[in-house]
Design a protein around this ligand. Structure first.
Ligand code: ARG
Ligand code: ZN
Length: 868
């Protein structure tokens, strides 16, 4: 069944108060709900039937206004409870029995390890009790939980604890949330948890208690999450004027979690991989991910909770805005340019692919079958780009005014993307109607730019044409509003003759004229990636090398290097495909050698510039992706760069490794950049297969005091042709870290990602490992996710065995956890991108999955769309 935005109707009934009582036992839970309801006063005064959502609930008791209902007075089916109210205002009491211990979907109330926890967004609350499970029904909540004292000493829910007590072996606690909220923000936790406490004084001088709850063995992995939380709270006050609004803020870490984390009011629940870290066990990447996800969830307190979504079509209202906010936070805490580079590389590799495939959808989708399938790169990352474009078009000051107005106007409301844009219109006086096409049109626009120079008139002209390819259900697109940030460089000196100017595209074809330009300039286009588009301008390799050396925009320096590498790669790929030996234009190595020698550039940016575009991105750019040849050519290009740059790479590596050895590890931007460059140089040098380099790599693996250096060394050993060394290192590592599931995830993933080390047989072996569990999403992602997304040569093995393995496991997963099966199947849905034989193999696997005797709605929707 398809749900459509056009069919939105306000709720027939409102729930003013929600009083919940959970009795938690090892083999079941009883949920008593007391709801205070009212006929929606905005609608007429008829009394339509009340239809509550409820899935997998066993109804034990039901009373309307304290009168127990007879069997004929209500109807229950697979997804709902229906009854006929007799008054405008009434109360409803229900008791249901559920089995959290058997909930493998990790949605609703479930067990993770020894604790109870919840995940309600988007529609998990209906698996807990009968309710109007939609975000525009906002209610005040009180929650009482009772459980065994010994096993579950900690009992948590949203808001403030108002009471607690004991009864024999059991105890209970009551919580009250003073803010009205939709059910998707409800949470409870019960467990034997360690608590790390801190506090934060808000800008108005209120003291907020901060608590992190973790399993006792993780007590030493909380500091970074706590620091990140305090930084986020300060930043949201300074940059957005947003203050926290409860006396307590809690974070709980759980091992079994479908996504990264969840912004439940006052009680955020995190995948432990997104909040727990210590230097000896966690990489720089993990530290940075934690900083940004803690911020993301915290920022939702305003962009999501205080102002929430009217319906799930508006998901990007909170997600796009909040991703934009967390990206700006991370940019302020670290290197702005590097953060932008990382985000753009991610967007272009994965979101552009989504936009070009069968699952393409607008930032505000018009329809869906299963909302869980729409927690996508388009909603999150492209949604954030849309907000960023508003920021660019309005400027920082007006944008801030707009966000202030949005929060003020809609505090306590459930609203739409139109309301967000309307606030931006109000403060700027601009008409953003046309801009809103970004919310309704799917697909990635292509900009074709050409230019001309008139020496006599001293005039430089840029001609820009835009078009957007068709996507499913949207054959024709209208031109969009696109901010094109542009600078002009003197083509001889590299001096900037025009600083960054935001050109606003609104038409299919436009011309921009720059006057008073003394000589033919070189344009620096789409600076900072000012819009999520594909840019086409016929730069020569010389021009790209020139931009890489001179552009004042750090992002575009990197971009020029990437474009140069893509050109050099593409030429060699064609040679390879024609049976010739690929030859690489030395201009790339020359340009990179200048970068390595540049004393003005920081290490982080150097590391980004010398990284070749990922194989996944290089494939994304091809009309018919040639995985095997692209992999061979990319590796050959890396080797050729390593050979040409050996001396500077060796010097940099030695110097940085020495420096790392002499410094105490801290996960701060400067050090992170140096380690990244160190490990990048090491991975080039390892391609040379020289004994002293191998020895240095092993020494780094054995001696480094932090996981960033150790993991990089391990990855290099695993990607090295000598299997024996890899196996030794893996065994030593396993022995050391067997007790830490998060480190074992890295151990799994470094193997599963390596084309040299892991074919399908090896992947099957990893899945037999005692630390693997198909029920734990982190493990599934570490093995099957890494295999299908990072080990492309093996996943696309000619015999189709990689596809078969993934499909077979998706089938198993679908019986356990549909959100995960529908996600893991994704690499197969891109079948149209590959060569005919591969297409056939991939399709065959998808068709087999369609024949599953029992298939989830999640997987069904993805299969149907991808098979067309
Ligand atoms: N709102 C959460 C976040 O972005 C994600 C929740 C995802 N839930 C889901 N069922 N897909 O922080
Ligand atoms: Zn979010």
């Amino acid at each position: 069944k398809t749900i459509r935005l056009a069919d939105y109707r306000a709720p027939d009934y409102l729930i003013h108060e929600t009083h919940l009582h959970f009795e938690l036992y090892d083999d079941h839970a009883l949920v008593h709900a007391h709801l205070v309801l009212e006929r929606n006063p905005q609608l007429d005064d008829s009394l339509p039937p009340l239809v509550l959502d409820g899935v997998k609930l066993e109804l034990k008791h039901i009373a309307l206004d304290d009168r127990v209902l007879g069997a004929g007075e209500y109807q229950v089916d697979e997804e709902s409870l229906r009854l006929q109210p007799e008054k405008n205002s009434f109360t409803l009491d229900t008791t249901v029995r559920i089995e959290p211990q058997n909930n493998t979907e990790l949605e609703g109330l479930y067990r993770s390890g020894g604790m109870f926890c919840t995940q309600c967004e988007a529609e998990g609350f209906r698996k807990i009790t009968y309710y109007l499970d939609r975000p525009d029904v906002m209610s005040s909540f009180t929650t009482t939980l009772s459980a065994d004292k010994q096993q579950y000493p900690v009992l948590l829910s949203n808001g403030n604890k108002i009471d607690e007590g004991e009864e024999g072996e059991r105890h209970w606690a009551s919580w009250e949330d003073p803010h009205k909220k939709p059910a998707y923000l409800f949470a409870l936790v019960a467990g034997d948890l360690w608590c790390v406490e801190d506090s934060f004084t808000t800008m108005s001088g209120r003291e907020v208690t901060l608590r992190m709850f973790v399993e006792p063995q993780n007590a030493d992995k909380c500091q970074h999450g706590m620091d990140s939380l305090k930084k986020s709270m300060r930043w949201d006050e300074e940059v957005y004027g947003r203050e926290y609004d409860l006396d307590i803020f809690m974070i709980v870490a759980v091992d079994d979690f479908n996504m990264g984390a969840m912004e439940n009011k006052g009680l955020n629940i995190f995948n432990s991989s997104c909040v727990l870290a210590k230097p000896e066990n966690s990489t720089d990447a993990a530290f940075q991910r934690i900083e940004s996800i803690v911020a993301h969830e915290y920022f939702h307190n305003w962009s999501g909770n205080r102002v929430t979504c009217r319906d799930w079509f508006q998901l990007s209202l909170k997600e796009g805005f909040t991703v934009f906010r967390d990206a700006e936070f991370s940019a302020d805490m670290n290197s702005r340019t590097v953060k932008r580079i990382e985000d753009v590389a991610y967007l272009r590799t994965h979101q552009f692919a989504e936009d070009a495939g069968p699952l393409a959808h607008p930032v505000r989708p018009a329809e869906y079958m299963e909302i869980s399938n729409f927690y996508t790169l388009t909603i999150y990352e492209k949604g954030a780009e849309v907000v960023r474009m508003l920021h660019t078009l309005l400027g920082a000051e007006l944008f801030r005014k707009g966000s202030d107005l949005y929060f003020e106007r809609h505090d306590g409301q459930a609203v739409t993307c139109d309301d967000f844009v309307a606030a931006m219109e109000s403060v700027s006086g601009r008409d953003l109607t046309r801009f809103k096409l970004w919310y309704s049109q799917a697909g990635t626009p292509v900009l074709q730019v050409s230019d001309s120079y008139d020496a006599e008139k001293q005039e430089y002209r840029l001609q820009v044409r835009q078009n957007c390819p068709p996507t499913p259900g949207q054959p024709v697109k209208e031109p969009m509003v696109i901010p094109l940030a542009t600078g002009l460089l003197d083509a001889v000196t590299g001096e900037e003759v025009r600083g960054t100017q935001v050109l606003e595209l609104t038409e299919a074809s436009q011309e921009f004229i720059f006057t008073g330009i003394a000589s033919q300039p070189l344009p620096s286009l789409l600076r900072g990636f000012s819009a999520p588009v594909r840019l086409e301008y016929a730069y020569s390799r010389e021009q790209l090398a020139f931009l890489l050396a001179h552009d004042s925009d750090g992002f575009n320096r990197w971009e020029a290097g990437q474009q140069l590498a893509i050109q050099v790669f593409s030429e060699a790929l064609t040679q390879q495909q024609n049976g010739q030996t690929p030859a690489f234009d030395p201009q790339l190595a020359q340009a990179l050698s200048k970068v390595l020698a540049d004393t003005q550039l920081d290490e982080a940016l150097k590391a980004e510039i010398i990284s070749l575009p990922s194989l996944a991105y290089l494939l994304e750019l091809q009309t018919e992706a040639d995985v095997a040849n692209s992999h061979v050519v990319r590796e050959a290009l890396r080797l050729s760069l390593a050979q040409q740059l050996e001396q500077p790479l060796r010097e940099i590596y030695q110097q940085l490794r020495e420096q790392a050895r002499a410094t105490d590890y801290r996960p701060e931007a400067g050090q992170i950049g140096r380690r990244r460059l160190q490990n990048m140089t090491l991975s080039y040098l390892m391609l040379l297969e020289q004994d002293d380099i191998l020895a240095a790599c092993i020494a780094q693996f054995e001696q480094a005091d932090n996981m960033t250096e150790r993991m990089a060394a391990l990855a290099n050993l695993v990607n090295n042709p000598v299997r024996e060394q890899a196996e030794q290192a893996l065994a030593a590592f396993e022995q050391e870290f067997a007790v830490d599931p998060l480190v074992m995830d890295q151990w799994f993933s470094v193997q599963a990602s390596s084309p040299l080390f892991s074919d399908t047989a090896q992947i099957r072996q990893l899945m037999q490992h005692p630390a693997f569990s198909i029920k734990n999403p982190n493990k599934v992602r570490a093995v099957l996710g890494a295999f299908s997304q990072h080990n492309l040569p093996q996943f696309h093995a000619a015999d189709g065995s990689g596809y078969a393995l993934l499909a077979e496991q998706v089938a198993v997963l679908d019986g356990l956890n549909p959100q995960i099966s529908a996600r893991m199947v994704n690499p197969l849905t891109r079948w149209q991108r590959y060569q005919p034989r591969q297409q056939q193999q991939m399709r065959a696997e998808l068709e087999k999955l369609q024949q599953l005797p029992k298939i989830s709605r999640d997987l069904f929707e993805v299969l149907e769309k991808s098979l067309g």
